[in-house]
Design a protein around this ligand. Structure first.
Ligand SMILES: [Cu+2]
Length: 116
C-alpha cells in the first residue's frame, strides 16, 4: 500500500512538469524568450500605430483615453472587445503575418501588428 503511493507521486509530478514545459514551449520560438510590448491608445490613436513582434510575444493595449476603444483585427484573428478607459487588453501573438486592426467603435483608428 505504502509502496503504491510513493511510486505514483513522482510519476504525477513528472507529468505535471512535462506539461508545463510543453505549454511554455508552444507559445514562442525555440530558444527565444517572449517579449512584452505596449501599445497606448491615446487621443484616438494607437501609439505606435505599427509594431513588429515575434510569435509568442505579448502585446498589451492600454486605453489612456476617456472613452472605450477596441483593438479588432480586420481578419478577426484577434478582438479585444471593449477596453474601458484606463483598462488594458493583452494578446499573445500567434498568427504569423501582418495583422491590420482597427477600433470597432471608431473605424478611422487603425493599426498594424506584424508577427514574424
Ligand atoms: Cu475607439
Amino acid at each position: 500500500m505504502r509502496v503504491n503511493v510513493l511510486a505514483r507521486a513522482p510519476r504525477a509530478l513528472v507529468l505535471a512538469c512535462t506539461l508545463a514545459i510543453l505549454g511554455a514551449a508552444g507559445t514562442s520560438a525555440p530558444g527565444v524568450t517572449a517579449k512584452e510590448y505596449t501599445i497606448a491608445i491615446e487621443d484616438m490613436r494607437f501609439v505606435p500605430a505599427t509594431l513588429t513582434v515575434r510569435r509568442g510575444d505579448r502585446v498589451t493595449w492600454i486605453n489612456r483615453d476617456l472613452v472605450p476603444h477596441t483593438a479588432t483585427a480586420t481578419a478577426k484573428t484577434f478582438d479585444s472587445s471593449s477596453i474601458a478607459p484606463g483598462g488594458t487588453w493583452t494578446y499573445v501573438a500567434t498568427e504569423p503575418g501582418t495583422q491590420a486592426y482597427a477600433c470597432a467603435f471608431h473605424p478611422t483608428m487603425k493599426g498594424e501588428v506584424s508577427i514574424r
